[in-house]
Design a protein around this ligand. Structure first.
Ligand code: M6R
Length: 599
């Protein structure tokens, strides 16, 4: 999704802005641009396509200065082209803006501005912002922006630059913005990734706040225009953690980080046979739990339902956040709504949480990005501590989410005064070593990928707690390799998908040991009888399953409730190797954004 970066200081700006844009690439984009102010003039350049294309532009070499804004655009209104890319400038080319979010009433404002003579060049909703600022500008950029904000409806993260004022003004509503505070230099960005190499001190803007940043100084004002004090937060992520090290892709690096990530998720949370979580909620009042999320996080929510009901015996439902927010959900005070989100910025998940709060429910966030909007919106939360996830296809956040939900489920049981199974706690601590063993299989999985990389379709089957793993395996494959894939509970096969099975259909079975292993074996036989090409994930050499399988991936045995985190690793690697062998840009799949901050 679109990315914003801005800088004001004493460095020569072009390398800073281009470097910052590269750090935002992972969010997904289709065009990029920068605008720099120097000696009363705005210099700008925009380009459709990759930042590497922008870098090749001759015009870029002519730009110099030390105040500027930059943007990566992910098209929503209007095609991905140079004209629609940001920054957008006013008619006199004296003011420039970059914008994330959607201006819902842009059509009426566009008409008004056009009638007044403004020349609006793009098809975007964003461009009207700069013309409104131009309309209101009487020598005070902040005042002109405040008047503009009163007129626009929708979501925005905005950074504004003027050729006449040595400052960048930023404003936020529903789209994240963070200010990086350095020594005599300031940064602004839509997330911390372009900031962290310069400073670890940041301020997260809240909705309706405005930030005025100049060299070595920042001022934050609330919606009434009153200056407010905000705490500086310390970023814990290092620059190394957001770089690729020696891996070809972030996705592979992040998959190989999974053992460490789980250690970080459980660190300090399992102590002396107990779960320690600092959650500020009265659990006695909770009568029902609703998990809400999108995409991969929704799959961990599905696993969460099994875990929460198993351990806490509290009824639990799972809802797509996008559906929950619009289906007029019946919510009462005894409900706890849990939002699961890697980024903590997903617009639908955020809206679901707001909806739940308005209806009187308590809210909890299971979020990776510290200080993100969802983490600030909820009543209480559990951070994943998975570190920055850059690959668009979520990997390490998924396993971390499942572990966090498991800890929470056991915690609920503990809060009821019930005995905790020590063997389970021990096994959670053993999981990183087991995942390590699956990662050793990477080369073998690559060979399987070579065999199946040209398949047109894939089916994934699992049962019980591994059904959501089948969904996640299919999602990973379609996201990055563009092969059509579906996940199903294995028993559903006979109700439809079985019609698809022939000699060209690879079928992945999650067939590790479980209370229903025997049932899975019958499903495998049914596929075999129809000549489907079976790839089985099993726990040990299982001669019976091997007899029917074209390929077998052996993974360490664990408790059934922990099997999703061990099993999913092979599916992530399979998707990765297939996509890589097909020659695709694994970390930046087409049409996808890392953080989906619009509806
Ligand atoms: O940041 P979130 O966890 O809220 O993101 C939710 C989905 O957009 C995300 O999981 C998406 O499905 C990923 N691309 C999956 O790999």
């Amino acid at each position: 999704m679109c990315g914003i970066f801005g800088y004001i200081g004493n460095r020569e700006i072009v390398p800073v802005l281009i470097g910052g844009l590269k750090k935002l690439e992972y969010r997904g984009y289709d065009s990029a641009g920068i605008c720099v102010s120097k000696n009363g003039t705005l210099q700008y350049i925009k380009k459709e396509g990759r930042i590497s294309e922008l870098e090749k532009e001759e015009g870029l070499k002519k730009i110099s200065g030390s105040i500027g804004i930059a943007h990566t655009r992910w098209a929503t209104h209007g095609k991905p082209n140079e004209k629609n890319s940001h920054p957008h400038l006013d008619c006199k080319k004296e003011i420039a803006i970059v914008h994330n979010g959607i201006i819902e009433n842009y059509r009426v404002l566009k008409k008004l501005l056009t009638d007044e003579g403004h020349k609006i060049l793009s098809e975007t909703d964003s461009e009207i912002i700069v013309h409104l600022i131009e309309k209101f500008y009487e020598g005070d950029l902040e005042d002109a922006l405040s008047k503009t904000l009163k007129l626009i409806e929708g979501a925005y993260g905005i950074a504004v630059l003027s050729s006449k004022e040595e400052k960048i003004i930023v404003a936020k509503k529903g789209s994240p913005l963070v200010i990086g505070v350095g020594e005599k230099e300031m940064f602004v960005a839509s997330d911390i990734s372009p900031i962290v190499e310069y400073t670890k001190k940041v301020i997260y803007l809240s909705d309706d706040e405005i930030g005025i940043i100049s060299r070595g100084k920042y001022i934050i004002k609330n919606r009434d225009g009153k200056q407010i004090e905000k705490d500086l937060q310390e970023i814990k992520w290092s620059i190394e953690s957001i770089e690729k090290a020696n891996f070809k892709h972030f996705m592979l690096k992040e998959s190989f980080e999974e053992p460490e990530v789980i250690k970080n998720t459980i660190r300090g949370r399992i102590k002396e046979g107990k779960i320690k979580l600092s959650i500020n909620l009265d659990f006695k009042k909770i009568k029902r739990i609703i998990l809400t999320a999108c995409g991969t996080s929704w799959h961990s929510a599905l696993i969460g339902k099994y875990l929460i009901e198993e351990y806490s015996k509290i009824p639990c439902e799972v809802d797509y956040a996008s559906e929950f927010r619009y289906r007029n959900p019946l919510i009462s005070e005894g409900d706890l709504i849990i939002a699961i989100s890697q980024s903590g910025e997903t617009a639908d998940t955020l809206a679901a949480i707001k909806e739940a709060k308005e209806r009187g429910a308590k809210t909890l966030g299971i979020v990776n990005v510290v200080g993100s909007t969802i983490s600030r919106e909820v009543d209480s939360g559990i951070y994943l501590h998975a570190g920055p996830e850059t690959g668009v296809a979520s990997t390490k956040a998924f396993v971390s989410q499942v572990i966090a939900i498991l800890l929470f489920s056991i915690y609920l049981k503990q809060e009821k005064g019930e005995e905790i199974d020590k063997e389970l706690l021990l096994e959670i601590e053993n999981i990183p070593d087991k995942i390590e063993k699956v990662l050793f299989n990477s080369e073998k999985i690559k060979k399987i990928a070579e065999k199946f990389k040209d398949s047109k379709n894939f089916l994934y089957f699992g049962r019980g707690i591994n059904f959501p793993v089948a969904l996640e395996g299919a999602l990973k494959l379609k996201e990055i390799s563009y092969i059509h894939a579906e996940g199903y509970p294995a028993a559903e096969m006979k109700h439809g998908p079985i019609a698809l099975i022939d000699k060209n259909m690879p079928v992945v079975f999650l067939a590790t040991k479980s209370s229903i292993s025997k049932k899975i074996l019958s499903n495998i036989e049914e596929v075999y009888a129809r000549k489907g090409k079976i790839i089985s994930i099993v726990n040990e050499k299982d001669l019976e399953i091997e007899k029917f399988s074209e390929e077998v991936i052996v993974v360490p045995e664990t408790l059934e409730e922990l099997s999703p985190v061990v099993n999913v690793i092979s599916l992530q690697l399979l998707a990765y190797h297939i996509a890589n062998l097909r020659g695709f840009d694994v970390d930046k799949p087409r049409n996808l954004a890392k953080s989906v901050t619009v509806e």
